[in-house]
Write a protein that binds this ligand. Structure first.
Ligand code: GRF
Length: 211
């Protein structure tokens, strides 16, 4: 069977990207065809190159406020790479409606919250401020409304009493690295069942319980 071509869009460290690429190395319906970043400084670019994956940069800063021109430039690079599916993995730019509509059904994203709770930024701080006892992440189809497309999988982790946004983010990121590859496999296999991970095993606190 021909493997499906997967492009991964990043802006930063690329740990989710690396988790996807690692998983695609073993008996997988997909293969990475491109890692594309909107920033030449994204650490994930070197990581991808070290893993033998072609990389490209479309620097959003050269387009000023013109989101359309940026998306058109990305579209050109993507059309050369001919992906069957695009994975947004820590990609921090808002995409224009025509770009999203063109790829709709073929573009997925990971978001660090249990959507529809906490769309947008600073999800870990907002989760703590809301007094939640669980948090997590969601992989969903990308649609023109931010962080709102059909859900393909979710993972849930506990919130610890002494969590900071940073400790909580680290716990969520850990489970992102399990969720995203699991969803990608299912999507490329044409399996429409959502993935659900309930991760109760991760350590939540070093403090002894108060009696
Ligand atoms: C992840 O938490 C992702 O969900 C969010 O940004 C972070 C990116 O991490 N959108 P990485 O670049 O995959 O390491």
């Amino acid at each position: 069977m021909t493997r499906k071509r997967v492009a991964i869009l990043i802006s930063g460290g690329g740990s989710n990207m690396a988790a996807l690429i690692r998983d695609m190395a073993i008996d997988h319906p997909g293969e990475p065809c491109l890692v594309l970043s909107n920033s030449p400084k994204a650490e994930g670019l070197k990581r991808a190159a070290d893993m033998g994956i072609p990389t490209a940069v479309v620097d959003h800063r050269t387009f000023g406020k013109d989101r359309q021109a940026f998306d058109t430039a990305m579209q050109k690079v993507l059309e050369n790479a001919r992906p069957d599916l695009i994975c947004l993995a820590g990609f921090m730019r808002i995409l224009t409606d025509p770009f999203v509509t063109f790829w709709q059904g073929r573009m997925i994203n990971i978001h660090p919250s249990i959507l529809p709770l906490f769309p947008g930024l600073e999800t870990h701080r907002r989760c703590l401020e809301a007094g939640m006892s669980v948090h997590g992440c969601t992989v969903h189809h990308v649609t023109p409304t931010l962080d709102s497309g059909p859900i393909l999988g979710q993972a849930v982790v506990p919130v610890a009493p002494d969590d900071s946004p940073e400790t909580l983010a680290a716990r969520v990121l850990n489970v992102e690295h399990r969720l995203y590859p699991a969803v990608l496999r299912r999507v490329l296999n044409g399996d429409s069942r959502p993935v659900a991970i309930l991760d109760q095993d991760q350590p939540t606190s070093s403090r002894p319980e108060k009696k």
